[in-house]
Every structure is written in C-alpha cells, then in structure tokens.
Design a protein around this ligand. Structure first.
Ligand code: B12
Ligand code: SF4
Ligand code: SF4
Length: 321
C-alpha cells in the first residue's frame, strides 16, 4: 500500500504549488483562538474609539473573527499567501503640477483581486482534498478573518507602524490570501522580534490626514482609503470633512502614501499581470476623463475592477472634494 503523505511533505507540496501559481511567499500557522491577544485588544480599542466609521460590518461576527474554527469546523491550520501587486509606475506623468494628478491606488489597477486570488487558492484547496481529504475554505478580504494577524502567526511578515503586514523577503505591496483547513500542517517559524521598523517613521510623516496617529494605530474613519471608497455618499453635499491634499495630486480612489513611503518597498516582487490591466488608463487619468464618463462606459471599462466597490458617482464626488 502507498504510504500516506507526511505532514512535512504536504507542506512542501503546498509551498511549491503556491510559488508555481505566482504567490511570493506562503506560511503555516496552527489554528487557535485570538481571544486575549494583542490583536483582539487593538481591534476592540479601535472599535471603542469609533475608528471604524461606517464600516459596521467590522463589528459583526466578532466570535468568528477571533476563532477560525468557527468558520471551518474542525479547522487545524491557517495557510497565509502573499500575492504581489506592485506596479512599475513607468507611465506616470513626472511633471504633474501643470494640472492636478488624479491618483488611484495601485491595488486597483487590475482585475479584482478577490477573484484572481481565490481562483488560485481553490487549486491549493483541491490539492488538500485530494491528498488528505481535507475540508478547506479560501478567503481574501471577504470574511471576518484577521488576515494580518495570521500573517504574523504564519511567519510571513511583521506589522509595520503603518499597520501593513510587511515581509522582509518580498516587501510591502502584497495582498493576503488565506486558507483555513482541517489538514494538520507543521507550524512555520515566526519572525524574530528584531525584524521590523526600527526608528523609521516615514509612513506616519507621509499621512496627509493624520489617520496614522501613532505607531501601529490608525483612525480608519480619517483614512483616505475609507473616505474615497467605503464611506457612504453624504446626504448633504460636502458635509464630511477631509484634510486637503497637496495642490498637484489628489487621491480619488484609495491611498498609497503610507505604503509608498516605506523602505521595505525595495524588496517588492513584480505584481501579477492581472493586477495591471487598467494601469496605463488609471495612472494619468484627468478630470475630463472622469467627468465625461457615463455609467455604461464605467461598467464596461471597469467590469471586473475593484473600482466598482466605490462606483462612478463616488469617484466623481471624490474629484470635487
Ligand atoms: C477594514 C479594512 C480596511 C479599512 C480599515 C483599515 C485598518 N487598518 O483598520 C480601510 C478602508 C481604511 C482599509 C485601507 C487599506 N487597506 Co484594508 N482591509 C480591511 C480589512 C477588510 C479588515 C481589517 C481590519 O480588521 N481592521 C481592523 C484593524 C483594527 O485590524 P488590522 O488592520 O488587521 O490591524 C491589526 C494588526 O495591525 C495588529 N497589530 C497592530 N499593531 C500590532 C502590534 C503587534 C506587536 C502585533 C503582534 C500586532 C499588531 O492588530 C490589529 C488589530 O487586530 C482587511 C482584510 C481582513 N479581513 O483582514 C483589509 C486589508 C488589511 N487591507 C489591505 C489593503 C491593501 C489596504 C490599503 C493599502 C488599500 C488602499 N491602498 O487604499 C489601505 C491601507 C491603509 C492602512 N494603512 O492600513 C490589505 C493589507 C495587506 C497587507 N500586506 O497588510 C488587507 C489585508 C486585504 C488583503 N486581503 O490583502 N482597509
Ligand atoms: S492610506 Fe493614506 S490616509 Fe490612510 S493611513 Fe495611509 S497615508 Fe494615511
Ligand atoms: S515606513 Fe518605516 S515605520 Fe513605516 S512601516 Fe515602513 S519601515 Fe515601518
């Protein structure tokens, strides 16, 4: 009889398949509850201080957010994947002050990452099923999972002062993909606490909104990413405040300032092609481009794009702020 695959062998098969699929790194953590953890207390503090703004969904399913075994019955492991989205920035207008450069966050330059990443994670979930009959669920920004916290626990990175999960091997511009599975897999080594930000504070200095109000602390309700994507349109025109940005540049969807400021960018891997399909179109878009656009054109051009989360009305509103 063929001997069953060992846990170490299975872990290695997953690692190799993940790299073959284009993931920049992968790590493994044992499932446990996050109750009484530093992440739980930071989450509750942010909620108590009103920092979630109108993102009411963050307060729902708190028990599941703190315990992956409530999302997958019998879960034993959390596997964390890093999917690079860094862009070359080769078509950016380098003399933007002639007109205000309208900026869209790099993560939204391509096809919606939820679809792209999940499709690859399903391939790995299938391997787990074939090899050990495991039940698995795949996630990316789609469920009450503390994705950054699990990234730390799976040894793929540390939490920077800008709150990002940063990998000393593959940098900062990475989405996180997660598989929660009933397969038992060996725990990866966690990074040494000496790996981190040191005395750097570039991200805090770069935040025009002072949303990053202290190291590792973000008032998300002030963050441009929240303001330009998540916050509902106001009933009264311009009733919600936003600190003015520099005259030459304006974020109209998301914000990358605290990410771009980070020296760990030099370790980024090239972003997947799927995440670049609208890059040239979005890097130097103008007010005319947006103001002349109708819903139909928007829905065609950005059919499978993260921009659809905000919608054309919201983007036009962001232009006018
Ligand atoms: C809600 C949300 C937002 C909100 C609020 C963000 C926030 N920081 O709270 C808004 C809309 C503002 C937002 C913005 C962005 N987001 Co967002 N967002 C999320 C989401 C859905 C939930 C995050 C959450 O639970 N927030 C609540 C806070 C309290 O938790 P947290 O951010 O996870 O922070 C924890 C750690 O920082 C940790 N921690 C903090 N300090 C310390 C210290 C120590 C010692 C330790 C151990 C831990 C620790 O504890 C915190 C609480 O548990 C996640 C997906 C997910 N399910 O996790 C994506 C996610 C965090 N976002 C992501 C991205 C890419 C962005 C943007 C870059 C998009 C953009 N360019 O516009 C910005 C970045 C802003 C920033 N500086 O964080 C990625 C981050 C990838 C990465 N490498 O870190 C995620 C993981 C989505 C994904 N699957 O890739 N986001
Ligand atoms: S994404 Fe922009 S507004 Fe939000 S914390 Fe970072 S720098 Fe500040
Ligand atoms: S910019 Fe500096 S302080 Fe901020 S996350 Fe990067 S290394 Fe840390």
């Amino acid at each position: 009889m063929t001997p069953a695959i060992s846990k170490e062998e299975l872990k290695e098969r997953i690692r190799l398949l993940a790299l073959e699929l284009g993931f920049a790194d992968v790590g493994f953590a044992k499932v446990h509850s996050l109750t009484d953890s530093v992440e739980e207390s930071r989450f509750l503090e942010a909620e108590r201080l009103g920092h979630f703004g109108r993102m009411e969904y963050l307060s729902r399913n708190f028990d599941k957010r703190m315990d992956p075994s409530l999302l997958v019955e019998g879960a034993k492991s959390v596997i964390v994947f890093l999917a690079p989205f860094s862009s070359p920035m080769d078509s950016v207008n380098t003399n933007p002050c002639g007109h205000t450069r309208l900026k869209v966050s790099q993560y939204a330059y391509g096809t919606d990452y939820h679809t792209v990443i999940k499709n690859k994670l399903y391939v790995i979930a299938q391997l787990l099923k074939n090899e050990v009959g495991a039940t698995s669920r795949v996630f990316t920004d789609s469920a009450p999972v503390m994705e950054r916290a699990w990234g730390v626990r799976a040894g793929v990175g540390f939490i920077g002062k800008n709150n990002f999960l940063i990998s000393p091997k593959v940098g900062i511009k990475n989405f996180i993909g997660i598989i929660i599975t009933t397969a038992e897999l060996p725990q990866s080594e966690i990074l040494s606490p000496s790996v981190g930000c040191g005395s750097c504070t570039r991200c805090l200095d770069a935040c025009s909104q002072k949303a990053l109000y202290a190291p590792n602390k973000i008032d998300a309700s002030k963050c441009l990413s929240y303001k330009t994507i998540e916050e509902p349109l106001p009933a009264e025109p311009d009733s919600n405040s936003m600190a003015k940005m520099s005259g030459c540049e304006k974020w109209i969807f998301g914000c990358d300032d605290c990410m771009n400021a980070c020296p760990w960018n030099r370790f980024n891997r090239p972003g997947w092609e799927e995440f670049q399909v609208n890059r040239k179109l979005l890097e130097n878009s103008t007010e005319e481009f947006w103001n002349n656009m109708g819903e139909e054109e928007f829905n065609t051009l950005f059919k499978d794009s993260p921009l659809k989360r905000a919608g054309l009305k919201k983007i036009k509103f962001n232009l006018s702020r």
